[in-house]
Design a protein around this ligand. Structure first.
Ligand SMILES: [Cu+2]
Length: 224
């Protein structure tokens, strides 16, 4: 009798343990299922242009003996990026009227993402170019071997409007330092394109810095 009593004393405990195990198992199962669903949703989430194009990397201008060369420093692995659409067949750029011209720095512009606008401009010797930081995190720096010989070029500070007056005739190619990898470059032609051949030659080297929009510079040059 006492044996039977002892046995029946254990029964509720066995049930409690079995039930607890079952509840634990079900909870883990449901949690895992929810996690998977959330994961699948996150993958499907649409990534905005801004999220894709957050500034990354860092470009420094390094002075060598005679020329400045452009180098990438600590270039991170790039996320998969969509290329901008290839531009329509190039229209030749017209001479801009007046002694002053504004070039805006944009995250999204008429010719793509991370662009100067206008990206290609033709002006007269002695004209002034006003760089305007319409969007943040941009600057404009001339590229040493891609401006007319004898010209000093310029180095614009980040997030600051500034002006440059260009007297020497020829083509000036400039870049936005943080977005060179995305081919954020621009071209100013002052008077005649006397250094076009040299610019075309040196553009091959510059293009090595582009991780995307690699045809952008050629497209700009074809407008001259
Ligand atoms: Cu920029």
């Amino acid at each position: 009798m006492s044996d039977n009593n002892n046995k029946s004393d254990y029964r509720p405990w066995i049930w409690i343990i079995v039930t607890s195990l079952f509840i634990t198992f079900m909870t883990v199962f449901v949690l895992q299922l929810t996690k998977d669903m959330v994961k699948k949703r996150a993958v499907r989430k649409i990534v905005t242009v801004e999220e894709r194009l957050e500034p990354f990397g860092r470009i420094n201008l390094v002075t060598s003996e005679e020329t400045l060369s452009v180098k990438n420093i600590e270039q991170p692995d790039l996320p998969e990026q969509k290329e901008d659409k290839v531009l329509a067949p190039a229209m030749k750029v017209e001479l801009s009227a007046g002694p002053e011209h504004t070039i805006r720095m944009l995250n999204v512009g008429p010719t793509g993402t991370m662009v100067f606008d206008p990206a290609v401009i033709k002006v007269s010797p002695g004209d002034t170019l006003n760089f305007e930081v319409t969007d943040m995190a941009h600057n404009s720096t001339s590229i040493a071997n891609m401006i007319p010989s004898g010209s000093e070029g310029w180095v614009g500070q980040m997030n600051q409007n500034f002006s440059v007056t260009l007297d020497a005739e020829g083509i000036y190619v400039y870049q936005c330092d943080p977005h060179l990898m995305m081919a954020m470059v621009g071209i100013i032609q002052v008077g005649d394109a006397v250094n076009l051949e040299e610019i075309k030659k040196n553009s091959e080297n510059l293009k090595k810095n582009f991780a995307m929009n690699s045809d952008r510079l050629d497209s700009y040059l074809s407008q001259l």
